[in-house]
Design a protein around this ligand. Structure first.
Ligand code: SAH
Ligand code: SF4
Ligand code: F3S
Length: 489
């Protein structure tokens, strides 16, 4: 579509060199551009962020939203918005394919809307082949950036708007690309908008150093770096002052928190500090790597009043041989011992896990070992994945990739086992009265609300919207498969 509107470019004088000041400077400029564009359009410019992947990406999206709102964009619940951003995931191949499919569909909207921009960010953009493909086949994308420079978003959208709507704009020449290989930088104090008023994710560390042999995350998220404890505490204190009662501490391997700090601090110690924050009621964390789960952490969980009774402890495989090939650095026995220790310390804890089926060289015996652990641990729930070959990871070069139909068969057997056990365990709390954090109104029935138990199970109960964000005692009257029905006690 022929570009009619031309942005009046602002002269940049004395751009601050330090962060976050530099980003606030660009937010002011972006705000002016959004104003110009909105006036030309005759309506406020809208945005929509679509998030793929894990909690890290969900939190990153909140940071994008924080800045978009700060510069004057208005959120819209549709991909027909004036600025659509895909925050992508690349942990498995099928995640990538989905994104390409949807990009084509987005272009249909863009052709009809001269004010529309499309942005791509997240883990997929850290892969050079992906960026190459977008450059070749999806020329209509306006902005591409990666996971390491997301803090520069205000500056990036300023450049993208100048390139897309400024005088130098030539049809088909407007793509703005900025991808970094890695960073050791952590920029604090940028705007962030929460999806929920009463709970929030909090990054405690970024990146991953584990290099599990199947996993692409260390390549796209860079080396592990922890935030300073005082910054984490300060952020949580502010969140609590703003009405947050539950935080989810985020990291690819929270159990190795603090190793690279100037004054090292363990994850267990950090939890003890967070526990002291008045007004904070619940603490969750994600994800725990079994190799780094310490006795100290189990002890802290045992005595804590705020840490939720839920531990996500990815198993990946029950076969010690495969675990070694996966570079997980624990074996079946160690994993089972850990589970025993945790259950002895926190008897009613819910355990959940991630399992990969069909890792290269996995035999029927190896798979039986996985089933054996599943039966012994009896997980409350488990995410099961079919192994996906990620180019550049050591496992991708391994011989003996398992034939597809064998993997499919194992996957179905595993899923059945996992589901049978979850169903048996699901009703364990029926009859008890327990605290529930009310999270939202029920989509179907406005007289019902939905909340979560400490162990992360869902509860539906009669109640009104004013309960949202409150922790109330609920009697669990009935279990319906994967959720409870309850009533206020
Ligand atoms: N840091 C977390 C996991 C992040 S990725 C941890 O170590 O536990 C989330 C899950 O995706 C992993 O636990 C794993 O089960 C799965 N996963 C990662 N790479 C995969 C691959 N190549 N194929 C299939 N599943 C994979
Ligand atoms: Fe991937 Fe392993 Fe790091 Fe988890 S710990 S993100 S599975 S490399
Ligand atoms: Fe996906 Fe990146 Fe998370 S690859 S799982 S969004 S860290």
């Amino acid at each position: 579509m022929e570009q009619k509107f031309v942005l009046n470019i602002i002269d940049k004088k004395q751009i601050p060199e330090t962060e976050p000041e530099r980003q606030y400077y660009f937010m002011d400029i972006a705000k002016e551009y959004v104003k110009q564009l909105s006036e030309a359009k005759g309506n406020p410019l809208t945005f929509h962020v679509s998030t793929f992947g894990c909690q890290m990406n969900a939190r990153d999206s909140e940071k994008l939203v924080g800045i978009l709102e700060k510069v004057g964009y208005v959120e819209e619940d549709s991909e027909k918005a004036d600025f659509v951003i895909y925050n992508t995931c690349t942990v498995r191949e099928n995640a990538n394919n989905k994104v390409y499919g949807r990009l084509g569909y987005l272009n249909g909207f863009k052709k009809k809307n001269p004010f529309m921009m499309i942005g791509m960010c997240g883990c997929m953009m850290q892969e050079p082949t992906v960026v190459e493909k977008i450059k070749q086949s999806y020329r209509f994308v306006n902005l591409i950036f990666g996971t390491h420079n997301i803090y520069k978003f205000a500056e990036l959208i300023t450049t993208a708007m100048e390139n897309s709507f400024g005088p130098q704009h030539k049809k088909g020449m407007s793509m703005t690309i900025d991808i970094w290989k890695d960073t050791d930088k952590i920029v604090e104090d940028l705007p962030v908008e929460r999806k929920y008023s009463f709970k929030s994710g909090v990054n405690i560390m970024f990146g991953c150093n584990n290099f599990c042999s199947y996993c692409i995350v260390p390549y796209v998220r860079g080396r592990e770096r922890s935030r300073e404890p005082k910054e984490i505490i300060r952020e949580i204190e502010r969140l609590v002052a703003d009405g947050v009662v539950e935080v989810m501490l985020l990291g690819q391997n929270v159990n190795s928190y603090g190793k690279n700090l100037e004054t090292p601090m363990s994850f267990a110690e950090l939890l003890q500090e967070i526990e002291k924050i008045e007004g904070l009621e619940r603490i969750r964390f994600m994800t725990s790597h079994p190799k780094d789960l310490s006795d100290q952490l189990i002890e802290v969980m045992k005595h804590s009043k705020k840490i939720c009774k839920h531990l996500h402890l990815p198993l990946q495989s029950g076969s010690s041989r495969i675990l070694k090939e996966m570079n997980r650095r624990y074996d079946k026995e160690h994993y089972l011992e850990l589970v025993e220790k945790i259950r002895a310390a926190v008897p009613d804890i819910a355990l959940t896990t991630d399992i990969i089926v069909g890792f290269p060289g996995e035999t029927e015996e190896d798979f039986e070992e996985t089933l054996d652990v599943v039966r012994k641990v009896r997980y409350d729930s488990a995410f099961t994945f079919i192994y996906s070959k990620r180019t550049g990871t050591p496992a991708a070069a391994m011989e003996e990739q398992v034939p597809e139909e064998v993997v499919k068969n194992r996957f179905d057997r595993l899923l059945k086992e996992v589901q049978t056990i979850s169903a048996e365990k699901a009703s364990a709390l029926t009859g008890q009265t327990l605290p529930v954090l009310i999270e939202e109104q029920n989509g179907q029935d406005e007289h019902l609300v939905t909340g979560r138990l400490s162990n992360n199970s869902t509860v539906h109960l009669p109640g009104s919207a004013d309960l949202i964000g409150k922790i109330v005692d609920v009697t669990l009257t009935e279990c319906k498969g994967f959720y409870y029905i309850g009533e206020l006690s």
